[in-house]
Design a binder for this molecule. Sequence first.
Ligand code: G1P
Length: 302
Amino acid sequence: MTNAAPRKPIRKAVFPVAGMGTRFLPATKAIPKEMLPVIDRPLIQYAVDEAREAGIEQLIFVTGRGKTAIVEHFDMAFELETTMKERDKTLEVLEPTRIQPGNLVTVRQQVPLGLGHAIWCARAIVGDEPFAIFLPDELMIANKGSTGCMKQMVEAYNEVGGNLISVLEVPEEEVSSYGVIAPGARHLGSGGALTEVTGLVEKPKREAAPSNLIISGRYILQPEVMRVLEGQGKGAGGEIQLTDAMARMIGQQPFHAVTFAGKRYDCGSKTGMVEATLALALEREDMAEDVRAIAMRLLGLS
Ligand code: G1P
């Protein structure tokens, strides 16, 4: 399904960050889980970097109580900057945290009713235009020389329009933790492999899963999804599920899955966090040698 009409650009992105992060307690008692660092950047920063690389201008954080550190992170720290300047330190390291006034908006979710509800809370700010969604727990790292996940998706969107989700394959025993797609025809777009989505189901039992292709936390959706979410009942886990709303849009608008050419780390889990930290450290020129030596020593290999 392709459509030659000019696409409205993807200017806005919603980041649902109201979750309590119970899997990382007690680390997340006073600090939002999105502020946990992978080396020297909090998780949320990686998602915001990916959004900006994709040309997104406005960041919409769906937050809750105890999450103000995320907003502080992207605010100007006047005292810090003054002190750093006085000490002749470069402010370059703060560059990724600078957001133009007006380009960061927050709404509160108030009650934890699920991902679909969190997205719906942003409806007035999203307005009548297509928008991106980032689940910051999913850390998507591009291969060297290649673009980030959302940029790849925006390129695909410019070709096929409609709705897009990023997907990846997981072992069959893991499908019940995710949203799963029923795949249709595959075709190769200029941005990579595209698969038509013919069905979507949230957290299916392994036997009932239509495939092992799971939704990996990046979406480009048409604003109609907000109307579908309006008044939608609870789904898997007793929560208002975004997947259920998207499923109802299949057949009415183009719906494609993009297989990200890059690596994904599940930073919603402790082992995923460790994996991401190690993998990124081993890619960094300033750390790789030392970290490799440490890992070898710990594994008894040196
Ligand atoms: C959410 C989505 C699910 C998706 C997953 C990716 O689930 O509902 O479709 O596959 O994120 O991480 P959650 O992890 O919030 O249970």
